[in-house]
Design a protein around this ligand. Structure first.
Ligand code: SF4
Length: 248
């Protein structure tokens, strides 16, 4: 099925849409670096570009179930967005394919790519303490990020990079089939759940992704910076523990 670009007689295969938008962004960055200080855009063009943001991300094909190894193979050759050329590295995720709980943050910490471990730094130490307080072992849960590659210069990924990488995340979730997902932060929640719902209305409540209960809680960087966030995070984790104990 082709995906139409609203207002243009241009079509692309669904999986190419986010990559094309990333390429447009990269090209504009190149023009800026080359000294170009403006690109003429008519009102109509601005409207067309704005309408792209409202298109829902294309869900990966469900017709051919993939193992975690298959998902990893596709990821390691991935060039779906410009972060493939960032040269800063990437982290796929860590944990058993049978993990009952997936914990998913937005994008890796700076040291994660070198360590090849998600949450290898200060946020990771906090995450390990939280997992242990839940009477779980870090090795028994699956930890990952919505965006696998690190952006350069410590910048966060942009929206289109996150949309492009959502493909791998959804396939990871389908391969692992966890009983529960915990999303660490507003950005991670926005990528997986979509929509424009304020985080204050999402956090602390169960949502649904393809039949799996999803609990969004605070970003660990936010928790490290704001001690008062520890309590609501712990309350969210207790809800997860309680639900994990419920009979299937
Ligand atoms: S961030 Fe994700 S989509 Fe972009 S190149 Fe890396 S693995 Fe591929």
């Amino acid at each position: 099925m082709a995906h139409s670009f609203p207002g243009r007689h241009v079509t692309a295969m669904p999986h190419e849409f986010d990559r094309l938008v990333c390429e447009v962004q990269k090209h504009l960055g190149f023009l800026k670096a080359a000294g170009c200080d403006g690109v003429y855009l008519s009102e109509k063009s601005i409207g067309i570009v704005a309408s792209w943001e409202k298109t829902a991300p294309v869900e990966p094909d469900r017709s051919s179930p993939a193992s975690l190894g298959d998902v990893f193979d596709e990821y390691r050759h991935c060039r779906r967005c410009g972060l493939a050329d960032s040269g800063v590295g990437s982290v796929f995720g860590a944990g058993p394919e049978s993990a009952p709980l997936m914990l998913i943050g937005y994008f890796p910490e700076p040291g994660d790519a070198a360590a090849k471990i998600p949450y290898s730094g200060e946020q990771g130490e906090l995450l390990t303490r939280i997992i242990q307080a839940m009477a779980l072992d870090r090795d028994s849960v699956y930890i990952s990020h919505t965006v696998k590659c690190l952006p350069p210069k410590g910048l966060p990924p942009n929206k289109w990079e996150a949309r492009a990488c959502r493909h791998h995340l959804v396939r990871q979730i389908r391969a692992i089939k966890p009983s529960m997902i915990c999303l660490l932060g507003e950005s991670a929640a926005g990528v997986l759940l979509g929509g424009e719902v304020p985080f204050a209305l999402r956090r602390g409540k169960f949502h649904d992704f393809e039949g799996i209960p999803v609990m969004p809680t605070h970003d660990l960087a936010y928790v490290l910076a704001h001690g008062s966030a520890k309590r609501p995070v712990w309350e969210d984790m207790q809800k997860i523990m309680k639900k994990l104990e419920e009979p299937a």
